[in-house]
Design a protein around this ligand. Structure first.
Ligand code: FES
Length: 145
């Protein structure tokens, strides 16, 4: 390989690495730690708000964690009064799931679940654990019972 070919190959390699990093960062979601009171995980609705100038927008989902949970809980927002809280633990062999848009995917063997926790593709054979959500004073109360 001559110098020109080497630089060309390195350039594409670097470009691929940078693109990959950017794509991964774009998909990653940061986890928010929230308190558990009695058996309820408490999540302020304001956690979903994204203020862009005078415009208020809402995140489609947030990922909540607490040290006593075995895995995080993904909370999807469908409307002002409609949320789903889904345990991010795969029903196949218990791997922690990742969120991509409105889907939860398993990095271990590729199972996919929708934003209501329903199974879309295996090898998992059952839906994810879902928690009841109620709203009180602009706080989501996610029942962990
Ligand atoms: S552990 Fe999730 S698909 Fe196997």
């Amino acid at each position: 390989m001559d110098r020109k070919q080497f630089l060309k190959a390195c350039g594409f390699g670097c470009l691929a690495a940078i693109s990959g990093t950017t794509i991964l960062n774009g998909c990653s979601s940061s986890q928010i730690s929230r308190e558990i009171k009695e058996s309820d995980l408490l999540v302020p609705i304001s956690d979903f708000i994204v203020q862009k100038g005078a415009k208020t927008q809402f995140k489609k989902y947030i990922v909540i964690q607490n040290d006593i949970l075995k895995a995080p809980i993904c909370v999807f927002r469908f409307s002002e009064n409609d949320y789903s809280a889904i345990f991010m633990l795969c029903t196949h062999q218990g791997a922690e799931l990742q969120v991509f848009g409105d889907k939860l995917q398993c990095p271990a063997h590729g199972s996919e679940f929708n934003s209501r926790g329903d199974l879309e593709s295996g090898p998992a054979s059952s839906a994810l654990r879902k928690f009841p959500v109620s709203i009180e004073n602009n706080i989501l109360k996610i029942s962990l019972k």
